[in-house]
Design a protein around this ligand. Structure first.
Ligand code: NAD
Ligand code: UFG
Length: 330
């Protein structure tokens, strides 16, 4: 298939591009580089052996985006492009609503116009709100706690309604849990701008000596050791899930959790990082971070049953590959 990957130079999009090429698909990337670097394109060429066609465009620019569909016969779209920092979304709600919703609306409008029948969307476990884990796809969604989460819930509704009105437009809503790790080459990985918000990139920067200490946000949750529990998933497993999702897309709207089904606490993750990589990560326990929940992990059985996809890599591979990338990354 000819697959348009929006946000294809970002963390998850770049790993997915490699897996798509490995599975003989042709990838066309559209990215405005707001949170990625052009060097990733050369790295992708080295790793995949083929240079994907690249358009440096903003997906909210309808005229420029339409040119891509005029130039290529697109069979499917994987829509990663979006802003994703939860804290920033609270201080810049309009940027988040504009970028994440307008991009989804314009892309789906053009897909319908050009008869593109396969659309895969990057959603998030955040749409479940605070509910008991394991989280299942058929649970009722609860109010999310920030504008970023709202853009994911609203995008899911926009795509669902578009698919109902246009039965040829099949949609897969992929709810990611906590993607971490990097390509095993250590060549591409997660490279956020500024001080990381997420746990794993913060840990790698502390290990490297670029940040002094990790703050563990709370040890008084009702969890195994009092620290927050999440379902960490290796980004390469997540990338493979996208290939399965677009290749096996059924009519209508399909929702899948992409997680491992296992919860890991902050301290368990940090300890695994120190042990596997034989390096110290100094940390302090501090107060809870506003908006955090105690526990979030997936029931991942639907994706296994319907897509034949299951996460294969464990915490040890996640912390090993995240560290390998950090050491290579300047
Ligand atoms: P990322 O920031 O690394 O990648 C997003 C890419 O999209 C970047 O390359 C950025 O330059 C590009 N982009 C943003 N807005 C654009 C626009 N208007 N036009 C063109 N390009 C644009 O993020 P990621 O971690 O790879 O996440 C990919 C998607 O998955 C996002 O939609 C994110 O919300 C979602 N998601 C991520 C996580 C996570 O923890 N990483 C969890 C759940 C969902
Ligand atoms: N944490 C710390 N210290 C840090 C950073 C995080 O203790 O410096 C803790 C958090 O309190 C939480 C856990 O580590 O218990 C994971 O936090 P992250 O910020 O890495 O991830 P979140 O689960 O808060 O959110 C992430 C993405 C969201 C996405 C969600 C889906 O940031 O975009 O996963 O589950 F929606």
């Amino acid at each position: 298939m000819n697959i348009l990957v929006t946000g294809g130079l970002g963390f998850i999009g770049s790993h997915t591009t490699i897996e798509l090429i490995k599975n003989n698909h042709t990838v066309i990337i559209a990215d405005n580089l707001i949170n990625s670097k052009i060097e990733v394109l050369d790295k992708l060429s080295t790793l995949a052996g083929i240079q994907p066609t690249f358009y440096q465009i903003d997906v909210t620019d309808e005229a420029k985006l339409e040119e891509v569909f005029v130039n290529h016969k697109i069979d499917g779209v994987i829509h990663f492009a979006g802003l994703k920092a939860v804290g920033e979304s609270v201080s810049k709600p309009l940027e988040y609503y504009y970028n994440n919703l307008v991009s989804t609306m314009i892309l789906s409008k053009i897909c319908v116009k050009y008869g593109v029948s396969k659309f895969v969307f990057s959603s998030s476990a955040t749409v479940y709100g605070d509910q008991p884990s394991p989280l299942k796809e058929d649970m009722e969604l609860k109010k999310t706690t920030n504008p970023y989460g709202e853009t994911k819930a609203m995008s899911e509704r926009i795509l669902t309604d578009t698919s109902i009105a246009n039965p040829n437009f099949a949609v897969s809503l992929l709810r990611y849990f906590n993607p971490v790790g990097a390509h095993e080459s250590g060549f591409i990985g997660e490279d956020p701008n500024g001080i990381p918000n997420n746990l794993m990139p913060f840990v790698t920067k502390v290990a490297k000596g670029q940040l002094e200490k990790l703050s563990v946000f709370g040890n008084d949750y009702d969890t195994i050791d009092g620290t927050g529990v999440r379902d960490y998933i290796h980004v390469v497993d997540l990338a493979k899930g996208h290939v399965k999702a677009i290749e096996n897309l059924k009519e209508g709207v399909n929702i899948y959790n992409l997680g491992t089904g296992k919860g890991t606490s902050v301290l368990e993750l940090v300890n695994a990082f120190m042990k596997v990589n034989d390096i110290d990560v100094p940390f302090d326990i501090v107060g809870r971070r506003p908006g955090d929940i105690a526990t979030c992990f997936a029931d991942a059985s639907k994706a296994e049953k319907e897509l034949g996809w299951k996460a294969e890599l464990g915490i040890d591979e996640m912390v090993r590959d995240a560290w390998k990338f950090e050491q290579n990354n300047r």
